[in-house]
Design a protein around this ligand. Structure first.
Ligand code: IDP
Ligand code: MG
Length: 136
C-alpha cells in the first residue's frame, strides 16, 4: 500500500538570494514530490525562534534564527509517497560537505548553516511545521 505523506520544505535565504528556487523545485518534481501549497515570505527573528524552538539549547540557536529571518524564504507543503523520508534523502546531510552526491545540499549548500533547505524530520514534526506556516 502506498503511504502518501505531506512534509514541510523551506528554501532558505541563501538559496532564494541566489535564484535557486526553480532549480530546487525541479528536483522535487523529478522525485515525484508535488507542491501542494507555496508562499514566499520574510519572517521575523521571533517567528524563526518559535519555529526552531526544538534547538533552543544549541549554541548555534541565535545565529540560526537570525539567519532564517535575514531574507525572503519559500515555504512549501510537499506531498508524495513516503514524502518525509524521501525529501530528507534528496536534501542530503545537514552539512553540505558530508551530503551525498546530487543531493540538494551537496549541489547548492554553502556551509552547515547556509545549507539552502529545511525539511521536516518526522510525521509529528511535519504536521506541526505545516500548521505553523499554513493553518493560521
Ligand atoms: P536539519 O536541517 O538537517 O534537520 P538540524 O540538526 O535540525 O538539521 O539543524 C537545524 C538547522 O540548524 C540546520 O539545517 C542548520 O542550518 C543549522 N545547524 C545545525 N547544526 C549546526 C551547527 O553545528 N552549526 C551551525 N548551524 C547548524
Ligand atoms: Mg531538523
Amino acid at each position: 500500500m502506498s503511504n502518501i505523506e505531506q512534509t514541510l520544505s523551506i528554501i532558505k535565504p541563501d538559496a532564494v538570494e541566489r535564484n535557486l528556487i526553480e532549480d530546487i523545485k525541479s528536483i522535487f518534481s523529478k522525485n515525484n514530490l508535488v507542491i501542494k501549497n507555496s508562499k514566499k515570505i520574510h519572517i521575523t527573528k521571533e517567528e524563526a525562534a518559535e519555529f526552531y524552538k526544538v534547538h533552543q539549547s544549541k549554541p548555534f540557536y541565535n545565529d540560526l534564527c537570525a539567519y532564517l529571518a535575514s531574507g525572503p524564504i519559500v515555504v512549501m507543503i510537499l506531498e508524495g509517497v513516503n514524502a518525509i523520508t524521501l525529501y530528507r534523502e534528496i536534501m542530503g546531510a545537514t552539512d553540505p560537505k558530508k551530503a551525498e552526491k546530487n543531493t540538494i545540499r551537496k549541489l547548492f549548500g554553502i556551509s552547515i548553516d547556509k545549507n539552502s533547505v529545511h525539511g521536516s524530520d518526522s510525521t509529528e514534526n511535519a504536521k506541526k511545521e505545516i500548521e505553523f506556516f499554513f493553518n493560521n
